[in-house]
Design a protein around this ligand. Structure first.
Ligand code: FES
Ligand SMILES: [Fe+2]
Length: 442
C-alpha cells in the first residue's frame, strides 16, 4: 500500500510536480514520426499535463509548442501550416518550429516587435520512428536513451500504440506485475497443451513462483523463478527503466528485443507504445498444434481518430463496453472471457479507476517488484527535488543497454544475478545487428 501523499507524488506529472520534474529530465516520445506530415495539419498533443500543438514544417522539421498563441492566446491548433511555419489565424502572427515569431502582419512595420516574441517551444529530434521532445530546463539536453530495440533498423521493428485512460504508473505496474500472466492471460492453459520444446511451459506448470528483485542503475529488475528439470531453474527476468520504460519477460532471453513506453499525457491518460523485434520468437502464444492459445489472438481495433486532446489511438474495446467480456467464453474457453492479451491488460489496468487508491491494497510477496519500483521512483523524485541530482540514466544513455528481459533456464546452484550476467554475455549476439542510428533532426 501507499499513503495518499506518496500516491500523489508517484502519479502526478504536471509542471512543477516532483514526478513531473523527474520526467522532464528525460527526452519524451511525443508521438510517432508518421503522425505528422510536412505542411500537414497541426495536431493537438497532450504531454505531461501540458496542452501543446505539434506540426511538421515545409522542410520536414517538427515543432512542438504551447498551443496558445503568445499574442492573445488563441489556439495554434487552428493555425495555418504555411511555408516554414505555423500562422495563427486570429491576427496572423507566424512562428517557426523553434517558436520564433517570424511575421507580425497586423502591426505597422515601424512598430513591429516580432523579435521580442517567442512561443514556448520544446526541442525535438526524431529517432526510431518517434518524435522525441525535451521539456526540461537544461540549455543542452542530454542524449537519447540507447535502448536495444530502438537501435535496430526500422524495418526490423514493429511498434504498436494505444491510449490508456488511466494514470501512467498504473499502466507501468501492469507491465511488471508478472504474477497475472498465469491467470489473466493463460489461466485456461495446462502444461500438456504447450510444446515440450517450449521452456515457458514451466510458467503454466507452477503459477506461484518465488521472486527476487533488486534496484539497478537503470531502475529495478526482478526474476520470477521456479524449478524446471532436476538441477535447473526456470527464470523470467524483467525490468523497469527510468522514467517510464519496461522490458517484460514474454519471450526467450536470447532474442527478446522489446520494450514498452508508458508516456504520461496527463495524470489520467497514458500513451503506451510496445516495440518488438520482428524476428523474435513468440513462445506461449500458440499451442503445440500451432493454433493460438484460446483468447490470446490479438484483437486490436481503433476508433477513428478525432482532434480531441485524447482522440488518438483509442481502442474500440473500452471501459464503456466492458472490453466485450463474454461470460460463456469465460466459463468454457479462456480464463478472463476477454479476447487478446492487450485487451485483457487494458481491462484490468483501467478497471481500477483513473488513479488507483493504493491505500486500499494488500500487496503480496508476488508484488515485490511493484513495491521496490515505487520506492525507487519516489526516492529519485525526492533526490531531484532536494539535491537537484537526477538518476544516472539521464547522462549515461548506455546504461539502458545492460538491461534485457526474457526467460531462460540456469543451473540451480547459480546465484540469480550471476545467472543474469552470464546469460547476458551470450545473449548479446543480436547486438552485432545493431547500429547507432543518426538523429534525423540533427
Ligand atoms: S492570438 Fe494569435 S495572432 Fe493574435
Ligand atoms: Fe499482461
Amino acid at each position: 500500500m501507499l499513503t495518499p501523499a506518496a500516491n500523489e507524488m508517484l502519479t502526478r506529472v504536471g509542471p512543477g510536480t516532483p514526478m513531473g520534474n523527474l520526467m522532464r529530465e528525460y527526452w519524451i516520445p511525443a508521438c510517432l514520426s508518421s503522425e505528422l506530415k510536412a505542411d500537414g495539419e497541426p495536431m493537438r498533443l497532450m504531454l505531461l499535463g501540458e496542452q501543446l500543438v505539434a506540426f511538421r514544417d515545409t522542410n520536414g522539421k517538427i515543432g512542438i509548442m504551447e498551443h496558445r498563441c503568445p499574442h492573445r492566446c488563441a489556439s495554434l491548433f487552428f493555425g495555418r501550416n504555411e511555408e516554414g511555419g505555423l500562422r495563427c489565424v486570429y491576427h496572423g502572427w507566424k512562428f517557426d518550429v523553434e517558436g520564433n515569431c517570424v511575421d507580425m502582419p497586423n502591426v505597422p512595420a515601424a512598430q513591429d516587435f516580432k523579435h521580442r516574441i517567442k512561443a514556448k517551444a520544446y526541442k525535438v529530434v526524431e529517432r526510431s520512428g518517434f518524435a522525441w521532445t525535451y521539456m526540461g530546463k537544461r540549455e543542452q539536453p542530454p542524449e537519447l536513451p540507447n535502448i536495444e530495440i530502438m537501435m535496430l533498423p526500422e524495418e526490423e521493428r514493429v511498434t504498436r500504440v494505444h491510449m490508456r485512460e488511466c494514470n501512467w504508473f498504473q499502466s507501468l505496474e501492469g507491465d511488471i506485475d508478472t504474477s497475472h500472466f498465469g491467470f489473466l492471460h493463460v489461466g485456461g492453459v495446462e502444461m500438456e497443451d504447450v510444446s515440450p520444446n517450449d521452456m515457458n511451459r514451466w510458467a503454466v506448470a507452477d503459477r506461484a513462483p518465488d521472486y527476487k528483485a533488486t534496484e539497478t542503475e537503470w531502475g529495478t529488475m526482478y526474476a520470477a523463478y521456479r524449478p524446471a528439470d532436476p538441477g535447473s531453474v526456470y527464470y523470467r527476468f524483467a525490468h523497469f527503466m527510468f522514467p517510464f520504460i519496461t522490458l517484460t519477460p514474454n519471450g526467450y532471453f536470447e532474442d527478446q528485443l522489446a520494450c514498452t513506453l508508458n508516456v504520461p499525457m496527463d495524470d489520467t491518460h497514458t500513451m503506451t507504445y510496445n516495440l518488438a523485434w520482428k524476428k523474435k520468437t513468440r513462445p506461449l502464444e500458440t499451442l503445440k498444434n500451432g493454433d493460438w492459445i484460446p483468447g490470446l489472438q490479438p484483437q486490436v481495433e481503433y476508433l477513428p481518430n478525432t482532434n480531441d486532446w485524447f482522440g488518438r489511438w483509442r481502442l474500440v474495446a473500452r471501459r464503456e463496453n466492458d472490453y466485450f467480456i463474454d461470460r460463456d467464453m469465460q466459463k468454457n474457453v479462456n480464463y478472463s472471457g476477454i479476447q487478446g492479451i492487450g485487451r485483457q491488460d487494458q481491462a484490468m489496468i483501467e478497471c481500477m479507476g483513473e488513479i488507483v487508491d493504493r491505500s486500499l491494497e494488500h500487496l503480496a510477496p508476488s508484488d515485490r517488484m511493484i513495491a521496490i519500483t515505487r520506492k525507487r521512483l519516489l526516492e529519485a523524485a525526492q533526490t531531484l527535488m532536494r539535491e537537484g541530482k537526477a538518476p544516472a540514466t539521464v547522462d549515461d544513455p548506455d546504461i539502458y543497454r545492460r538491461a534485457r528481459g526474457g526467460a531462460f533456464i540456469a543451473p540451480d546452484s547459480m546465484d540469480w544475478l550471476d545467472a543474469y550476467a552470464d546469460k547476458l554475455k551470450t545473449a548479446l549476439s543480436p547486438l552485432g545487428l545493431l547500429q547507432r542510428l543518426p538523429l534525423a533532426a540533427e
